[in-house]
Design a binder for this molecule. Sequence first.
Ligand SMILES: [Fe+2]
Length: 304
Amino acid sequence: MTEIPWKTYTENQKFSCFDESTEKDWNGNFYFVQTADIQFGLIQRYLENNPQPGWAKETALAELAVEKVNRMRPRPRFMVMCGDLCDAFPEQQPELREQQEKEFKRIFSKLHQDIPLVCVCGNHDVGDEPTAKSVQAYRNSFGDDYFTFWCGGIFFIVINSQFLWDSSKVQDIAQEHEEWLNCVLAEAKKNKVKRAMVFQHIPWFLYSPDENESNYFCLNLETRMKWMDKLREAGVQYTFCGHYHQNAGGAYKDLRVVTTSAMGGQLGKDSPGVRVVRVQERTVDHVYYSLENIPSVIQVDQPE
Ligand SMILES: [Fe+2]
């Protein structure tokens, strides 16, 4: 058996393209590709209600995405998958999970070597109620579940929103995550970081910061109010999320919360796709493309 070549960005395994000494400063317009929820296994299990596990549809979608993203010019600085990499919960179905992860890595290792894949942890990746065991299994397979990096003058913060959803079985690990995030945000505020973005799985809210807190698809009101001003004060202007399997978005003051539909199974009227986020010197814009329509040329210098 040949070893699956696998690369993912983590704090411990820094790609040279995210070298802080060169990436902290603005170095011209660029873009990245943001997506979420390829979730190998969801379509057959949930949308088709098929008792036999399988993920042929996700395989075809992921292969199309990799092929299209590899064709993009100039190349994106990175691609980020905002959680739910696979469908099977690690504690309930570890063997099935292992097969799905193998498929995820088989396909995404075909991304061009100059396009790092940043993986974010979703609820299906550690369970709705994460445990020490499920978190460790994720870290063993994908690396860190929370970290920061600089790219093109923007400070990126990857968080594990599952600790904000339900920390009942992982209070000590969730506490470490909270202390780390407080520290990162305080440091960014102290250093007057001007442009920062967050990647997470579960959105703070879908459309409006004061919407109903009993929604399965976003974090509750108390949690979001605890963090959103801290994010703003640390220079965070955008937070990109997944989990909803539909596109959504809204703003809290000057913090924009952008929810991107799934690369895999849909729960609304969107098509499987990715979001292209262009970063210019003073502005950011983003467009969701279905996989078939991912453009091969991105005009990074064209004014908005
Ligand atoms: Fe999810």
